[in-house]
Design a protein around this ligand. Structure first.
Ligand code: DSN
Length: 423
C-alpha cells in the first residue's frame, strides 16, 4: 500500500507550528518523546475490557502489568487510595462518576461555565445538564473570586446530591475543606475536577482535594504533562452521605461503583497505549525535575499576570495562584475573538474566553485565557516573561497593523528556536 504522505505531511506541518509558536493555551502542554513513544506503540492493537487480572479478553498478561503500573504510580503521585486510569478524557471521567453516583434527574451544583466552570459540570448543552438538574455558583463581580459562604447558601437552597468544584478558567485556589463542610451539611457528595492544576496539586503546591473530596477527577494532559486522557481517584475512606451508617470498606464500595461507571457504564475497551503513556508521564511527575518545572510554571504565571496589570490590563481576580489567568480586554477596546485572531497571526496561541458577567457571546467574548504550562516545558523562565508580554502587547495594541503583527511573529519564531521542542 502507498504511504499516506498526505497525513504525515500535515503532521509535520503541525509539528512545525508547535515548534515555532508560543503556546499559551492554559490547557495544553508538550509531552516527552517517551510519552509519545508509548502512545504510538503496538499496545493500540489490544482489547482489554475489564481491569488488570479481570479481563474479558485473552492475552492481557502484558497490558495488565502496564495498567497496574499506571495505577500504582498515580496512587503514589497523588497519595490516593484508589485510581481508575481508563477514562478516555476528563469529560469521560466526569460522565462515569455521574452515571455511577447519581440517578437521572438528580440535582447537581457546579461552577458556572460563564464564570470559568466546565461544560461537564452541568451546562445545559452537555449530558450533565440534560440528564441531571443543574444549579450553579459563580464568582463575585468585585473580586473575581468565589465566595464560599454564598456557595453554602446556594447549596442549602438547591439541596444537590453532588457538588462539583474545579474549573476551566479560575486562577485562584479552592477551599476544599470548606466545600466538604458544605457538602456534609446538605448531605451531598463532593467531587473535585482538578484537570487544570492537577500537576501542581500532585507536588503539594496548591491545596490538596484528596483529603476532603469524596471523588477527584482529572485530565492527564494539562499541567500533568501526560497524554490526552482522564482518570478518577479516591483519597480517603469517607462515609457515603447517602448511607445510614459508615461502611468500614467505603473505598472498596465506592471504587466498585466507579469502576462500573467507567466500564461497562460509559466506555468499552480501554486505550492501553494511552494508559502506558499515562504511566510514563506519572513516573516523570514523580521525578524531582518535575517539581522544579511546577514551581517555574507558577512563577512564570505570576510574573505574566503582573506584567499585564502593569500595562493596564485587567486580570480577573487581580492575579493568579496557579498556571493560568483570565484577562478582561474591554478596557482595551478588544474582544476575545479579535485578540485570539491577531495573536495567532503572530504565532502566539491563546483562546478567547468569556469573563465573569460578560456582555458578549461565547463566540465573541471579552476575554482571553492564558497559561504557562507549555512555555515552561520549553524552558522559558520568569526573566523572559516581560519580553513575551511586550510582544503580546504590541500585537494587541496594533490589531489592524499587519506590519506590527508580522514583526512580532518574526521575534516569536526567533525566540522559540532557542527553546527546542525536544531535548
Ligand atoms: N477544553 C479544556 C480547557 O481548555 O480548559 C477543558 O475541557
Amino acid at each position: 500500500m502507498k504511504k499516506d504522505t498526505t497525513i504525515f505531511n500535515l503532521i509535520n506541518e503541525e509539528k512545525k507550528r508547535q515548534t515555532l509558536g508560543l503556546e499559551l493555551i492554559a490547557s495544553e502542554n508538550y509531552v516527552s518523546e517517551e510519552v509519545m513513544r508509548a502512545m504510538g506503540s503496538v499496545l493500540t492493537n489490544k482489547y482489554a475490557e475489564g481491569l488488570p487480572g479481570k479481563r474479558y479478553y485473552g492475552g492481557c498478561e502484558v497490558v495488565d502489568q502496564i495498567e497496574q503500573l499506571a495505577i500504582d504510580r498515580a496512587k503514589k503521585l497523588f497519595n490516593a487510595e484508589w485510581v481508575n486510569v481508563q477514562p478516555h478524557s476528563g469529560a469521560q471521567a466526569n460522565a462515569a462518576v455521574m452515571l455511577a453516583v447519581l440517578k437521572p434527574n438528580s440535582r447537581i451544583l457546579g461552577f458556572d461555565l460563564s464564570h470559568g466552570g466546565h461544560l461537564t459540570h452541568g451546562s445545559p448543552v452537555n449530558f450533565s445538564g440534560k440528564l441531571y438538574q443543574p444549579s450553579f455558583y459563580g464568582v463575585e463581580e468585585e473580586t473575581g473570586q468565589i465566595d464560599f459562604d454564598k456557595v453554602h447558601a446556594i447549596a442549602l437552597k438547591k439541596q444537590p446530591k453532588l457538588i462539583i468544584c474545579g474549573a476551566s478558567s479560575y486562577s485562584r485556589d479552592w477551599d476544599y475543606k470548606k466545600l466538604r463542610e458544605i457538602a456534609d451539611h446538605v448531605g451531598a457528595l463532593l467531587m473535585a475536577d482538578i484537570s487544570h492544576p492537577a500537576g501542581l496539586i500532585s507536588r503539594g503546591l496548591l491545596n490538596d482535594p484528596l483529603p476532603h473530596c469524596h471523588i477527584v477527577t482529572t485530565t492527564t494532559h494539562k499541567t500533568l504533562r501526560g497524554p490526552r486522557g482522564g482518570m478518577i481517584m479516591l483519597g480517603k475512606d469517607f462515609p457515603n452521605p447517602w448511607k445510614e451508617k459508615n461502611n468500614k470498606d467505603e473505598v472498596k464500595m465506592m471504587s466498585t461503583i466507579l469502576d462500573a461507571g467507567v466500564f461497562p457504564g460509559t466506555q468499552g475497551g480501554p486505550l492501553e497505549h494511552v494508559i502506558a503513556a499515562k504511566a510514563v508521564a506519572f513516573n516523570e511527575a514523580l521525578d524531582e525535575s518535575y517539581m522544579k518545572y511546577c514551581i517555574q510554571v507558577m512563577k512564570n504565571a505570576k510574573v505574566m499576570a503582573k506584567c499585564f496589570m502593569d500595562k493596564g490590563y485587567k486580570v480577573i481576580s487581580g492575579g493568579t495562584d496557579n498556571h493560568s489567568m483570565l484577562i478582561d480586554l474591554r478596557s482595551k477596546n478588544l474582544t476575545g475573538k479579535l485578540a485570539e485572531n491577531i495573536l495567532v497571526r503572530a504565532d502566539i496561541t491563546a483562546n478567547k474566553n468569556m469573563v465573569p458577567f460578560d456582555d458578549k457571546s461565547p463566540f465573541i467574548t471579552s476575554g482571553i485565557r492564558l497559561g504557562t504550562a507549555a512555555i515552561t516545558t520549553r524552558g522559558i523562565k520568569d526573566k523572559q516573561i516581560p519580553m513575551i508580554v511586550d510582544l503580546m502587547d504590541k500585537v494587541l495594541m496594533n490589531p489592524y497593523k499587519e506590519q506590527a503583527i508580522q514583526e512580532v511573529k518574526k521575534d516569536v519564531n526567533k525566540l522559540m528556536k532557542d527553546y527546542p521542542l525536544f531535548g
